[in-house]
Design a protein around this ligand. Structure first.
Ligand SMILES: Nc1nc2c(ncn2[C@@H]2O[C@H](COP(=O)(O)OP(=O)(O)OP(=O)(O)O)[C@@H](O)[C@H]2O)c(=O)[nH]1
Ligand SMILES: [Mg+2]
Length: 379
């Protein structure tokens, strides 16, 4: 191997190449691991244990109610990778004829109101009655706390294990618009898989409940008893989204407080504009621990569904939701094309700087940049 020895890299170039040094560098091994002849993965070798699914595998699997395939399809939908987009949309397109059959229920309320515990109890009751249900969640705070998934897994422990139930936590933290789109598409996949009820849980901390309202047929507001959720402080806007008010934790020492809260609600709801035309939102009580009030709640939901189907509000709401979904998708495409346009990209930093320095006002700047793209479409 002596002939293979190289001078160390730090040696100046003019130094005699035959000089010897305390340290020498040897050529590295060539070929594969341990110097064995080069090893290349055979082209047909399996890269992962997960089999690759075709569009048809996804579609058939979901139609057959295969939860593993459903979960993988949702992961595909949630992927932000460009190359997954076409595949995900092909799966969704093929399944669209089988969607729309479920009752979509939104569940919102302040943090700790008992939403997950309620879904666990209510979900079990519905499964006992022969229903199949999927639970999805939108948690805008999950990027901060990171704990919601763990919390929900322990809160929905029995529901998790039931054959008739499918539970999927928040797609991903980040832009709510993106989460909403993914949740909608996930909801459609669950419908194609044959779930009769889709429950979407969200923490009522702002925009997320408006988003959920745009995805569901019926909207439930879960309220805390006692000191929490003071109706005076609660935003009127949030109350105007609800079809049913539910005072949870109506058990034990808390029962008198729950009753008082319900009485307050009855007064407060007399002055709000109902979310659903012709429907006066009822105020109900339940306990997710003792399960009291849950059968009555389901009866009320059935009544709501019958009422809205008869009046046509159900169908109208879904049509309007489809239109707004279409506009959201269109906005997304237009935005993406705009920001990826090479001319916009090329000028963006300069224009931003000019706006920051005050040499260009934001109105001029935005008109100027958007004008670049408009010119393109005219030519
Ligand atoms: N006494 C009583 N406690 C309840 C009831 N429902 C929920 N809790 C308790 O309230 C706490 C919060 O419950 P969760 O179900 O996690 O509440 P959540 O609204 O899902 O909370 P976030 O997802 O964090 O917003 C837990 O300690 C539950 O055990 C109920 O009906 N009665
Ligand atoms: Mg929860």
């Amino acid at each position: 191997m002596a002939g293979c020895r190289k001078q160390p890299e730090w040696v100046p170039e003019h130094i005699d190449h035959h000089h010897t040094y305390a340290s020498e560098i040897m050529h590295g091994v060539e070929g594969g691991h341990d110097g064995l002849p080069g090893f290349r993965r055979a082209p047909h070798a399996k890269r992962s244990k997960r089999s690759i699914l075709t569009i048809d595998d996804y579609v058939q699997g979901i139609r057959n109610g295969d939860k593993t395939i459903l979960a993988r399809a949702i992961t595909l939908i949630e992927s932000n990778a460009e190359h997954h987009l076409d595949e995900a949309q092909a799966v969704l397109d093929a399944l669209m004829p089988f969607t729309g059959g479920a009752l979509r229920i939104g569940v919102t309320g302040s943090p700790g109101a008992g939403k997950s515990t309620f879904i666990e109890a209510f979900g079990n009751q519905l499964c006992d009655c022969g229903k199949k249900l999927a639970v999805l969640s939108i948690d805008p705070s999950s990027s901060v706390t990171g704990g919601s998934l763990l919390g929900d897994k322990t809160r929905m422990e029995t529901l998790c294990r039931r054959e008739e139930a499918f539970i999927r936590p928040s797609p991903s933290a980040g832009a709510l618009g993106g989460v909403a789109r993914k949740t909608r598409e996930t909801l459609l996949l669950c419908e194609a898989a044959g779930y009769d009820l889709i429950l979407i849980e969200t923490v009522g901390v702002g925009q997320s409940e408006v988003t959920v309202r745009s995805l569901v047929d019926i909207f439930l507001l879960v309220l805390l008893t006692g000191a929490g959720d003071d109706l005076q402080d609660m935003k009127k806007g949030v109350m105007e989204l609800a079809d049913i008010f539910l005072v949870n934790k109506a058990d034990g020492d808390n029962l008198p407080r729950a009753r008082a809260k319900r009485a307050d609600l009855l007064l407060a709801t007399a002055y709000i504009r109902p979310a659903t035309e012709g429907w006066k939102p009822p105020s109900m009580m339940c306990s997710s621990l003792t399960r009291s009030g849950l059968p009555e709640l389901w009866e009320m939901m059935e009544k709501f569904e019958t009422f809205t189907r008869q009046t046509g509000v159900f169908a109208t709401r879904r049509r309007l939701q489809n239109i707004s979904w279409f506009h959201n998708l269109l906005d997304e495409i237009i935005r993406k094309r705009f920001y990826q346009d090479p001319r916009v990209k090329g000028r963006m930093t300069d224009v931003e700087q000019a706006v920051a320095n005050g040499t260009l006002n934001p109105t001029q700047a935005s008109r100027m940049l958007s004008g670049l793209v408009e010119k393109k479409s005219c030519s």
